[in-house]
Write a protein that binds this ligand. Structure first.
Ligand SMILES: [Zn+2]
Length: 435
């Protein structure tokens, strides 16, 4: 059995690394983007990464036998304030409206600070065990929930610092922006917590004015932006394009991440091209949530079979230089009955749903360095000499081995040491699920 040394400097030899995740490695990469390498670790950092040479390996080195090693994951779109409420508040029919109504009722009735904190901590422990190093969560911020959830987030962010770098974006329907005084207060609260300003856009008659309000507050308080947009099969939903236009005419210079954009995949080609031109010009980044989209989209009612996958046009976006990511989204709540914040599962599902293969190219960046850049996390999501020794050692030695099994026995190394990978027991939350 492979053991990562528990103390002192060490070498890992015969490690399989991907070209897209190891920018400094000069090696002969194969058609799948892999090369064998040797990694030296000291004082919690990677001291060197070089192309593998049998003759150069020190006697004490651990031979990984060609196992894939990836940097720890960055999950840029989650909802850990909603996570794990499914047992007490299931989605009655699996639809988006069913999710919205069930979650709203549960929030109003049950989301005390203690309830939110315990479910968030449970989620973070799962993500950490699976190898995630940074996460952005949305926080439902409809009054009075913002006064409960933001202080909880600030406390938990401190508790988790050094294990998971946690960010938060506020979440409310953009109609909430019409109450200008309240929205300004919310923007100030978000800024005080070093958060991100987020809203859900809908095709409202005054969408453009509301977007201007959102951009004005972001500029005033120096905030990055994070939108939920067009999470629907309705082809008249074009808020992605509206966000890009608003970014351009407001001269916005911060980072903008837009999630979902499902309806884009249903629109006529010329409309798609026009929208993507604007998205690229406005320097928007897009995150697709493949598991949640597969679950909620194209659910038409009883005894029908879904006929599309729900995801947006990531290949077309990437071809235009638009930064694209995939992320977990919801876990065990009315928006998605499953999930455990395992970014390998997300990447495996994305490979199948979105065709991140043949060739794999630089798609591994969609769960690592690209979301890290969107979240302004320097050094996250790549493996490089001088960087943190934060990586995941898998059993798989190729893409087909890596993505065919759950890799439940992966080794997660943080600051150079293998962590305890204990997943929290669901029974811990049982007392929150009664009544
Ligand atoms: Zn979401």
């Amino acid at each position: 059995m492979l053991e990562i040394p528990a103390s002192g400097p060490y070498h890992l030899t015969n490690v399989r690394l991907h070209a897209s995740l190891t920018p400094g490695l000069a090696a002969a990469f194969d058609a799948d983007g892999f090369a064998l390498a040797d990694i030296a670790v000291a004082d919690g950092k990677i001291s060197s990464i070089v192309a593998h040479r049998q003759s150069n390996s020190p006697a004490a080195a651990a031979d990984l036998g060609g196992r894939v090693v990836m940097p720890c994951f960055v999950d840029c779109h989650t909802h850990i304030d909603k996570g794990h409420i499914w047992p007490r508040k299931p989605n009655p029919n699996g639809t988006f409206m069913g999710a919205l109504n069930a979650t709203g009722a549960d929030r109003a009735a049950r989301w005390s600070a203690d309830d939110v904190a315990r479910r968030m901590d449970f989620s973070l422990r799962s993500a950490y065990a699976h190898g995630t190093r940074a996460m952005r969560t949305h926080l439902d911020s409809v009054a009075p929930q913002e006064e409960i959830s933001w202080p909880v987030f600030e406390t938990i962010r401190e508790t988790w610092r050094g294990r998971i770098e946690l960010q938060a974006a506020c979440l409310l329907g953009i109609e909430g922006v019409r109450d200008r005084k309240w929205f300004e207060r919310l923007a100030k609260r978000v800024a005080a917590a070093n958060g991100v300003l987020g809203v859900v856009t809908y095709m409202l008659p005054d969408l453009e004015e509301l977007l201007d309000q959102v951009f004005a507050q972001a500029i005033k308080h120096g905030l990055d932006l994070d939108f939920h947009a067009d999470e629907t099969d309705d082809i008249s939903a074009i808020s992605l394009k509206k966000i890009a236009e608003a970014a351009l005419w407001n001269g916005f210079e911060g980072n903008i991440l837009v999630g979902h954009c499902c309806s884009l995949a249903r629109q006529p080609d010329l409309d798609v091209l026009d929208a993507l031109d604007k998205v690229a010009k406005a320097r928007l980044a897009v995150v697709s949530l493949p598991m949640c989209n597969l679950y909620l989209q194209d659910r038409r009612g009883d005894k029908t079979t879904p006929r599309w996958r729900g995801v947006t046009l990531l290949h077309e976006m990437k071809a235009r230089g638009i930064p694209v990511a995939v992320a977990s989204d919801n876990t065990r709540d009315p928006f998605y009955a499953y999930g455990d914040l395992d970014m390998l599962e997300v990447y495996r599902m994305a490979t199948r749903i979105l065709h991140f293969d043949h060739p794999v190219g630089d798609w591994p960046q969609a769960v690592t360095s690209t979301p890290a850049q969107v979240m302004r996390l320097d050094g996250f999501g790549t493996l490089a000499a001088g960087g943190a020794a934060d990586f995941v050692v898998f059993k798989g030695r190729s893409w087909t081995e890596l993505l065919s099994r759950p890799e439940s026995d992966r080794i997660v190394v943080r600051d150079g040491r293998a962590i305890e990978r204990q997943l929290p027991d669901y029974a811990e939350l049982d007392d929150l699920m009664v009544g």
